[in-house]
Design a protein around this ligand. Structure first.
Ligand code: HEC
Length: 110
């Protein structure tokens, strides 16, 4: 019984923290990070990056959901079109800043 309760509690805590993180991406705050660290590739489509505002190019990425896209942006990502370095090459960025920049870009691209 106590085992069941603790499993249920851990599950509930994971659910809550997962939701809180997803809700915490701040697109407005992400603009500065995007301009400084992401636009080089994503504004022009350089190196095969999905271009900001190109809804067709973003469709398959957005379909994965924010959590997957943010995780890939943090650790680096190799897709069918090209390779993105971890955090766009700016390893000084916090995970939160990367998440905010993804939210900003995705907001302009769906
Ligand atoms: C050096 C070029 C470059 C920079 C800088 C860059 N990206 Fe990317 N990014 C790419 C490429 C290339 C892809 C996709 C490759 C593919 O689809 O084959 C990509 C894909 C993505 C995706 C889709 C990931 C997925 O799971 O489908 C996201 C989100 C993303 N970038 C966010 C960012 C953010 C946020 C920044 C700035 C912090 C950034 N990128 C900086 C090249 C770059």
């Amino acid at each position: 019984m106590s085992r069941f309760v603790s499993v249920a509690l851990v599950g509930a805590a994971l659910l809550v923290s997962g939701n809180a993180f997803a809700a915490n991406y701040n697109a407005a705050a992400g603009k500065a990070t995007y301009d400084a660290s992401c636009a080089t590739c994503h504004k022009t489509g350089m190196m095969g990056a999905p271009k900001t505002g190109d809804k067709a190019a973003w469709k398959s990425h957005i379909a994965k959901g924010m959590d997957v896209m943010v995780a890939n942006s943090i650790k680096g990502y190799k897709g069918a079109k090209g390779m993105m370095p971890a955090k766009g090459g700016n390893t000084k960025l916090t995970d939160q800043q990367v998440g905010n920049a993804v939210a900003y870009m995705v907001g302009l691209s769906k």
